[in-house]
Design a binder for this molecule. Structure first.
Ligand code: HAM
Length: 537
């Protein structure tokens, strides 16, 4: 018997169904419109990238990279790497002493190298390993040396046993050559589902040489991100972000303020209430290291009073201790040295100017010296927005400045960056909780037709209404009057347009406004005017 087990979406991922999806569309549409007015254009990015990109930008020691990425092997290259390492390991694990070597071992080594070369050859042919010039050169080299190696093995076998040291030297040299070519093979890296998109934006900026564009490059994106976190309200393994980044040669604080202004204009458009902006400056490479050392020293003093996570972070990343939500650590953290008092003159001036620029835009904010963020690329300005109705996962948006990241990823050292990402799931949740998430039914007309002769006219009228932009539901089969109008009600249509044989003969339709039951007969042109007026009311 067939297995009738029901499938369910896996833990931490979910479906977004109508009518909620209409709210998602509204949110995304508002982002496009508002961001567009600030001169941002959309960038569409791949869902996965080489793992190294995230390790290098987000930080190899962060929770995101260490524990939360979904990583896989694009070309089954791990298997190839293991084979190569075994082969190289054997050949380089010491001098190849032919005197002690059994004939059998030489035979095995020959087969092993031969099989390996065959596998690589196939993999390149089948595009499982990239056909780069380095790989092709390495494979050619391996094949040439392998032929020589086989020839020597053959002569060795025919003169076995032999005390002649030339076997030893010749085999050793060839093995070293084979090892050297093998180590030059590049199988391609591991790839990860993106846990965030700033790294990808910067990668794309560099890859496409966008620094030559005039002014700042202003990009926005939206789509799914993936982190293997413990799922709970507002925290998912596949979640969505709407983000924006500004890349360019200027780090003027006015850019920081304008990015935040745009974010708040977007929230205003959506009528999100009760959002609180937190800001901080975490210094730069000139002043932060000294602060981190001060913090580390202070944390060492109170080490025993801290939880296991914070104790570990004293070594790995003391700044992250400031992020701790552990109740027992709060009083201790309050007494720690604060970054604001340890900024260098340049960072202090930058931060002061960001605040002034926010002020002149009428933006209110809270300074939060503990806002350090969980990604390594930030420097100077950091910010977060918390929104009501979200429980413990109340950060609806996070962002900040990342001036060194473009250089770190191999781009021009002069390019600075700043941006943010909104957690769309959380934004939608907060809108729903505050009552701002209602999306009115989009159905303008339920077109009820009665009598087989009216169907062709109904089909054509539905099409003309749809062409004019009205949302129309047309029953596919004839229904009884009461049932049909009942369905119109349940679908929350604004109007039922009724077309029976009498109306058809008279060249009119009956229009019933379903909110109050008022009904009138209208000609087609009058129907269109009436519906248009109703839509704008
Ligand atoms: P982030 O703070 O890691 O920053 O994420 C931004 C937002 O994504 C969070 O504030 C939250 O609303 C949402 N979010 C994160 N993880 C989850 C999850 N597991 N489930 C639901 N929502 C989540 C970044 O990603 C940076 N790339 C932001 C940025 C852009 N900084 C500069 N440019």
């Amino acid at each position: 018997m067939a297995d009738r087990a029901k499938f369910q979406a896996i833990k931490g991922v979910r479906d977004i169904l109508p009518p909620e999806s209409a709210l998602w569309n509204r949110v995304e549409q508002a982002a496009r419109e508002v961001f567009g007015t600030f001169g941002f254009a959309e960038i569409r990015l791949p869902i996965f990238e080489v793992t190294e990109l995230f390790a290098r930008s987000v930080g190899a020691d962060t929770d995101i990279v260490k524990k939360e990425m979904f990583t896989f092997d694009l070309h089954a290259s791990q298997d190839l790497e293991v084979r190569r390492d075994v082969m190289i390991g054997r050949r380089t694990s010491g001098p190849y002493d032919i005197q002690d070597t059994e004939l059998q071992t030489v035979h095995e080594a020959e087969i092993q190298v031969g099989v390996f070369i065959q596998i690589i050859d196939n993999a390149i042919r089948e595009d499982r390993v990239a056909r780069t010039s380095e790989n092709v050169r390495a494979l050619d080299g391996l094949q040439t040396l392998y032929k020589q190696f086989s020839a020597i093995c053959e002569s060795y076998r025919s003169s076995f046993p032999s005390e002649d040291p030339k076997w030893n030297t010749e085999m050793q040299t060839l093995f070293e050559g084979i090892a050297s070519y093998a180590s030059k093979l590049n199988f391609g890296s591991l790839v990860s589902l993106r846990p965030e998109a700033t790294a990808s934006v910067v990668r794309a900026y560099i890859e496409h040489g966008m620094q030559v564009q005039p002014g700042n490059v202003k990009l926005y994106y939206m789509g799914p991100m993936f982190r293997r976190e413990r799922p709970q309200k507002g925290r998912y393994r596949q979640f969505y972000q709407i983000g924006a980044e500004v890349l360019g040669s200027s780090d003027a604080p006015g850019i920081d303020a304008e990015v935040i202004e745009m974010l708040l204009a977007f929230f205003e458009r959506l009528k999100l209430k009760g959002a609180i902006l937190n800001i901080n400056s975490i210094g730069d490479k000139n002043c932060r290291p000294a602060y981190v050392e001060r913090l580390r020293a202070e944390l060492q003093v109170v080490r025993e009073q801290l939880g296991a996570d914070s104790q570990r972070r004293i070594e790995t990343n003391p700044l992250r201790v400031l992020d701790s939500k552990l109740e027992s650590e709060q009083a201790i953290i309050e007494k720690l040295p604060r970054i604001a008092e340890n900024l260098c003159a340049e960072c202090r001036a930058h931060y002061d100017e960001v605040k002034r620029q926010l002020g002149l835009r009428g933006i209110t904010y809270q300074e939060n010296w503990r806002l350090v963020r969980g990604l390594d690329y930030y420097m100077r300005t950091t910010f977060e927005i918390i929104a009501p109705g979200l429980g413990s996962q109340n950060a609806v948006c996070g962002g900040g400045r990342y001036d060194g990241l473009v250089e770190l990823l191999g781009g021009p050292a002069t390019t600075k960056g700043i941006g943010f990402a909104i957690g769309t799931d959380r934004l939608v949740l907060s809108l729903q909780e505050s009552g701002a998430g209602e999306v009115a039914s989009g159905l303008d007309v339920y077109l009820a037709w009665f009598g087989a002769v009216t169907q062709p006219a109904a089909v054509k009228l539905a099409r003309r209404l749809r062409d004019a932009g009205f949302v129309v539901e047309l029953p596919a089969v004839e229904m009884k009057f009461g049932k049909s109008l009942g369905l119109a009600d349940r679908l929350k249509a604004r109007h039922a347009v009724i077309l029976g044989e009498d109306e058809l003969a008279a060249g009119v339709v009956a229009v019933k406004r379903l909110s109050d039951g008022t009904q009138q007969k209208l000609s087609e042109p009058d129907l269109f005017s009436y519906l248009r007026a109703a839509r704008n009311s």
